[in-house]
Ligand binder design. Sequence first.
Ligand SMILES: [Zn+2]
Length: 106
Amino acid sequence: MQQIYDHTGDYLIIVLPTNNNYLNIKQLLLNFETTSQTYQLLDFDVYNQELQTISRNDLNVEMRKCYLCSSPAKLCARGKVHLVSELLCYIDNVIEKEIEQNVRVK
Ligand SMILES: [Zn+2]
């Protein structure tokens, strides 16, 4: 396991000892990402042994959606459709809600 910090964010790289379950692993991580608005902020990338990305397309799952308008996120990112401040505000709100819910539970 390796932790990396750079200008685009934090990364955690986990190398799993597996030979051929890449699609299953990607599907499990996609399921996890969709269990809550908070987990949707996470982005799990899976690579096979040839370091090729296992994509949503490999699973016939639709592209990741933009947090703000539900269009494909890549299109909004490439077109710089939204202000970074708008995205950060959305992310802050999601995290604040998560923290509030956890405080109420305890
Ligand atoms: Zn958008």
